[in-house]
Design a protein. Sequence first.
Length: 134
Amino acid sequence: GCPNPAAYKIAARWTDGQVSIGEKGVRSVKMTGVSGEIFCDEKETARYRADGGRTVDGTRVLALAGRVRVTAKDPKAVLECDRLEYHPGRAAARAVGDVRLNSGSSRLEGFSEIWVSDDLRTFGPAELFPVKKR
C-alpha cells in the first residue's frame, strides 16, 4: 500500500453528475457512471468503476456504490463489492456488501466488510489502516 497519505491520489471521471458549490468552493459532487485511477507517488496502482459515487462533504472521502470493481495493476488483483469508500487519510478503502477479492492464488468471498490498500495487496480490519498524519 501507499506509505505516505500525501502521495495517495484518486482521479475520477463520470458520465453525469451534480456539483454543489458553497462559499469555500466545491462542497460535494454526486456522480453516475464513475471510473478512475488510484495513484501512489504519481504511479498508477489501480483502476476502478462503479454505477455511482459521491464525495463526502467536508472530507476527502470518495464513496462509490453499485457494481463497484477495482483492478490492481501489480500484482494483478480484482475487488468487487456493493459499496466502497476511499479514505485518503488512511491510504486505504473500506469495501462493504458482498465483498469478493481475487488476487491470483488467493480468493476471498462472503465478507460483509473489509479494508484494503490502494494496490489490494493488504486487507483486513480497519485497525490495520490507522489514520496517518499528512
